[in-house]
Design a protein around this ligand. Structure first.
Ligand SMILES: [Zn+2]
Length: 172
């Protein structure tokens, strides 16, 4: 199947974006197409590579991306020896996304629909797109809290955020 993008071209132009491992996995599974950030860092049309846990097989020189992809998608999280997402070399990038929309809002403005698009599944209604659900919202708040702990950045502080919607790019 032909895809419009060539991996080497994507690697040349992409900027990195860091996700928590489970959120990088949610993107891989097609469950996540939004992310909220405190800083205005990206523009519509920007192509980004997902920084996620990574590892090498048989040493750097003999790694193949297909091996990396296969292992990464079959046993996604927390197998021993995954290396820190933060230091994932760009040349191993496997997931590329393109920013399609930016909303500027306060973090508490997030709707349940947005929370689902952030890749959060409701702990009380798993698999359902629940609306006005306090359990779903609590799960989202927990996720935000795990990343943003400093004064002025918490859900209760209700900071302005940049809500990016993105599409996952297919490539050859
Ligand atoms: Zn729910």
């Amino acid at each position: 199947m032909n895809h419009p993008y060539i991996r080497n071209d994507l690697i040349r132009i992409a900027k990195g974006i860091l996700f928590k491992p489970e959120m990088a996995y949610a993107i891989r599974m097609g469950r996540k197409i939004q992310t909220r950030r405190l800083k205005d860092r990206y523009r519509v049309g920007d192509i980004l590579y997902v920084k996620e846990p990574w590892t090498l097989f048989n040493g750097d020189s003999s790694i193949t991306r297909s091996a990396w992809t296969t292992v990464n998608s079959s046993s996604p999280l927390f197998v021993p020896k995954w290396k820190n997402s933060l230091f994932m070399p760009k040349k191993y990038a496997d997931q590329f996304i393109r920013v399609t929309k930016i909303k500027i809002e306060h973090i508490q403005d997030i709707t349940c629909e947005d929370i689902h698009e952030e890749g959060v599944d409701c702990p009380s209604h798993p698999g359902f797109l629940c609306e006005n659900c306090s359990f779903l919202r609590a799960a989202w708040i927990g996720l935000w809290k795990s990343i943003n702990k400093e004064k002025g950045t918490t859900y209760q502080d209700n900071p302005v955020v940049y809500a990016y919607t993105f599409e996952v790019l297919k490539y050859t």
